[in-house]
Ligand binder design. Structure first.
Ligand SMILES: *Cc1c(COP(=O)(O)O)cnc(C)c1O
Length: 436
């Protein structure tokens, strides 16, 4: 059973209001914009001097999410023509970079015409295409080469984009050739290197060691250029994980930033470092609320069949985890009453794979109650196969004014709670009460 989970009042109110307006059992996403803004500010405030924070919009590219984060972060990281459209429609124009494998010529041309800050180039073939397009527009483009470096086995994570065979970036053994190709391209200018090596990084120390290996190799990479002085930027990607199963224990972002700051301060010519974070910025603000349609016991196992399912919220299936579930009884007086037993939470799809969570201990669940899945703001609805079985698409509600005060960045707030709890326990005190 997930611990210390809560739903902010404004989200609870929005869920109740939405439910009253629905003729049918509900399934909808709710996003807490003040909490999203607070998370952005908290991440930004912890950065060492001179280090930048971009938002990788593929984690959640809804207009309200981008509009909330854009004034807070230093820029946006995009990977398609569709994402260029969304970023350019943002109410606060910010610098943006274009990255990703399989860029179309039309995307690269569009990016140049709309004022891209830099390209993250993924291959030798892309250097050639980019040069031709830049020449045709008589334009000069800053370029970062994305590297797939050799990495020690110890750095392995669940989703690896580097240190192994992948379609991403330029193999480190071909980097010298790629640098020469950019140097020889009259319309391109090498300004730095980019590495996005993994996703779901759970451990601050491991991430710190990963960044340290990049910084160790930085002078060597830079020296490959004909004019190393002009090569100043090191984009270290995103990949900070969210602890879905123990929401009170989150990645120690301030700890990572502090260690990075010390490493940079010790370097004679440190690069300008930039993060491009997706998940760790937007995950905490999202809630997927679904209504229980049926309850049943099958071969001894309890099932809650709910409106919606993995076609709207694919994240738990994609990651093979049991998503935390908060129970909101239809009659709030009944909260905590009734038989307690483990339930498997499933959706409406005619496939046994449509499972959101298994073995959740819940009390007195009845048809018509709501279940709320928190941590649903990143890679939730937007990675889902929403048209499967022709169910209607879920509504998405964006709640609150981003300028409204929210207590703290939620992920960071949780991480600090966990530390305080450890301290409390060691002093023999009762563990801190969960936030609401
Ligand atoms: C997806 C992606 C990111 C963001 O990753 P998160 O794990 O969401 O932080 C950053 N950079 C690149 C190149 C990506 O593909």
């Amino acid at each position: 059973m997930a611990e210390s989970l809560s739903i902010p009042d404004r989200i609870r109110d929005a869920i109740n209001a939405h439910r009253q307006a629905c003729d049918e059992p509900m399934a909808a996403f709710f996003y807490d914009l003040p909490a999203l803004a607070a998370q952005g500010r908290a991440l930004k405030a912890a950065l060492p001097p001179g280090v930048e924070l971009y938002y990788a919009i593929k984690a959640n590219s809804e207009a309200a999410i981008i509009d909330t984060l854009a004034p807070i972060v230093d820029g946006l990281e995009l990977s398609s023509g569709g994402e260029i459209e969304r970023a350019c429609a943002c109410s606060t124009p910010r610098p943006w970079v274009l990255s990703g494998p399989g860029k179309l010529d039309s995307d690269m041309r569009e990016a140049m015409m709309r004022g891209v800050e830099a390209f993250h180039v993924e291959s030798l073939g892309e250097v050639e295409r980019l040069q031709a397009i830049a020449a045709s527009l008589d334009s000069h483009q800053p370029v970062l080469l994305r590297i797939n470096p050799a990495l020690p086995e110890a750095f392995s994570s669940r989703l690896r984009m580097a240190g192994t065979a992948t379609p991403f970036g330029i193999d480190e053994t071909q980097l010298s050739e790629a640098v020469q190709a950019v140097d020889a391209a009259p319309n391109l200018r090498l300004v730095g290197f980019h590495i996005h090596a993994m996703s779901h990084q759970a451990c601050e120390r491991r991430h710190q060691r990963l960044l340290a290996t990049y910084l160790e190799r930085w002078p060597h990479w830079r020296a490959l250029a004909s004019d190393p002085e002009r090569v100043t930027q090191l984009n270290v990607g995103g990949g900070i994980g969210v602890n879905y199963l123990r929401p009170s224990e989150q990645f120690d972002w301030p700890g990572l930033c502090q260690a990075l700051g010390q490493q940079l301060a010790a370097m004679p010519e440190p690069p300008r470092v930039r993060f491009e974070i997706g998940r760790f910025l937007s995950a905490f603000c999202g809630y997927y609320a679904i209504e229980v349609l049926d309850t049943k016991i099958s071969h001894g196992e309890g099932f809650l069949v709910c409106r919606g399912g993995t076609h709207q919220f694919r994240l738990p299936a994609a990651q093979g985890h049991d998503h935390p579930v908060i129970h909101l009884p239809r009659d709030s007086q009944r909260a905590g009453e009734g038989e307690r037993r483990p339930w498997t939470v499933v959706g409406q799809l005619c496939t046994p794979k449509d499972v959101l969570s298994r073995k959740q201990e819940l009390s007195g669940v009845a048809v018509g109650d709501l279940l709320v899945l928190p941590l649903a703001g990143a890679y939730g609805y937007n990675i889902s196969h929403a048209d499967f079985l022709c169910h209607p698409r879920p509504e998405q509600r964006f709640v609150g004014d981003p300028l409204q005060e929210a207590p703290d960045g939620i992920g960071l707030c949780h991480a600090r709670d966990a530390r305080e709890r450890h301290e409390g326990e060691s002093k023999g005190q009762r563990p801190a009460e969960p936030l609401r």
